[in-house]
Design a protein around this ligand. Structure first.
Ligand code: AMP
Ligand code: MG
Length: 405
């Protein structure tokens, strides 16, 4: 048996480099950029009007007031998409729409509200300063400026920014492929009829959801009975960056995952960790494919997934190996009386002036799914470690409970 620290360092060392791929921007949403994006165009692309009004020359209107309006002739119009082709000379103006290109010769825009127009004669009755209501070419950014950092997640505003400068595709990290293999002759699905001696399969839907929440791509979901040849065949046929098995990884006569992995030339990297829950976790590698054998107990499977598999998924997706954590203060003494490192499910409560406080979920059995569904995260206590009431500790937060509750 090895420690959690050793198991994590073996895991981290054996993660292949992330894969990258060119994506059309509509397919890049939720992915992370694999390189910096520099602006290929300036923004704004051309000097334009910020208002509906008239493009004028400052020297013709600088003294304009309600009592003494500047009088100009309107010689044309610059519309969004249809610019004015000529040049504005002394005492001339053009009508201009928001976003339309500023006409040659003009340096100022007056708003419609500050003017009166009849028969192509314009009276300008108020003006504040030279250059007012103009958006200048490149005032937001210029060609070559950094727009988005490597590892930025593409969401709506980032996709819009890319589109706004004419970038139709980007290089991003390719989400890793995960194949799920659930083992157990006792298992039936939620919708099927069940005999007294059978168990409902909760790991399949749990892992599928957790993989997706972690950013992985589920490529296959298969359930098989505890049969050695079936397990060998299923592992042999799985095509994924990570093969995620559950059940069949302990010392029972019908536990075949380890043998089946090794029959497929996977090299074992560790089996059994000094932790509770999740002691029987198995990890193996074949070329660039990783295989995790999670214990069958749903809580153990989820805890092993969260602490070991999730950071592998994020690393393969181009992000750091790590966990989302938050510091919390214990409301009770919490003690680990056992011989193994304990991952204890906890609830977080937000106190407006005191940050998070932590309370222990009551029933912590590794077969008790309510110890997960009602928890916000978990803390890790070494054997004999006592977390005193009032002491602070890092809480590893579950993906499904990231907002304060
Ligand atoms: P195993 O690791 O295969 O020995 O399974 C340990 C315990 O977890 C047994 O009680 C199994 O019935 C239960 N179990 C295994 N796989 C699942 C599953 N997919 N869903 C729910 N319980 C399971
Ligand atoms: Mg089993």
């Amino acid at each position: 048996m090895i420690s959690i620290t050793d198991a994590l360092s073996i895991t981290k060392k054996n993660i292949p480099p992330p894969k990258m791929q060119e994506y059309l921007i509509e397919h890049s949403v939720e992915k992370y950029l694999s390189k910096d994006i520099l602006a290929p165009e300036p923004s704004p692309r051309y000097t334009n009007s910020a208002m509906d009004g008239y493009a004028v020359r400052w020297e013709d209107v600088s003294d304009a007031s309600k009592e003494n309006p500047a009088v100009l002739s309107v010689i044309g119009e610059s519309r969004a998409g249809i610019p004015f082709k000529g040049r504005v000379e002394k005492k001339e103006a053009v009508r201009i729409s928001t976003g339309a290109m500023l006409a040659d010769g003009c340096d100022t825009v007056v708003r419609v509200e500050d003017t009166l127009e009849s028969d192509d004669t314009l009276q300008v009755m108020a003006v504040k300063k030279k250059g007012q209501d103009i958006r200048y070419k490149g005032e937001e950014f210029n060609v070559g400026d950094l727009l988005l950092h490597k590892r930025t997640k593409i969401s709506a505003p980032q996709a819009a920014l890319l589109a706004s400068v004419g970038i139709a595709s980007v290089k991003a990290y390719k989400p890793c492929d995960v194949a799920i293999l659930v083992t157990g002759s006792e298992l039936v699905s939620a919708g099927e009829s069940i005999a007294d001696h059978q168990i409902r399969d909760s790991n399949m839907i749990m892992l599928k959801t957790a993989i997706q929440e972690a950013g992985g791509n589920v490529v296959s979901c298969l359930r098989i009975s505890d049969n050695k040849q079936a397990t060998i065949d299923a592992i042999g046929q799985a095509r994924a960056d990570i093969i995620l098995c559950t059940g069949g990884v302990s010392v029972g006569r019908h536990d075949h995952v380890k043998d089946a992995a090794e029959a497929n030339d996977f090299k074992p990297l560790f089996w059994r960790i000094r932790q509770k829950p999740g002691k029987p976790l198995y990890f193996a590698k074949k070329e660039k494919s990783l295989l995790f054998g999670l214990p069958g107990n749903p809580v153990s499977a989820f805890m092993c997934f969260t602490h070991y598999v999730r950071p592998v998924i994020t690393t393969l997706n181009g992000l750091p190996f790590g966990w989302p954590t938050v510091s919390g203060e214990s409301t009770d003494d919490i003690i680990n009386n056992g011989k193994r490192t304990n991952m204890i499910r906890v609830q977080l409560t937000w106190r407006p002036n005191g940050g998070y406080c932590i309370s222990n979920t009551e029933k912590q059995g590794s077969h008790m799914l309510t110890s997960l569904s009602g928890a916000d995260g978990y803390i890790i206590l070494e054997p004999e470690q006592i977390l005193k009431s009032g002491e602070r500790i890092d809480v590893y937060r579950y993906d499904f409970r990231r907002e304060p509750v």
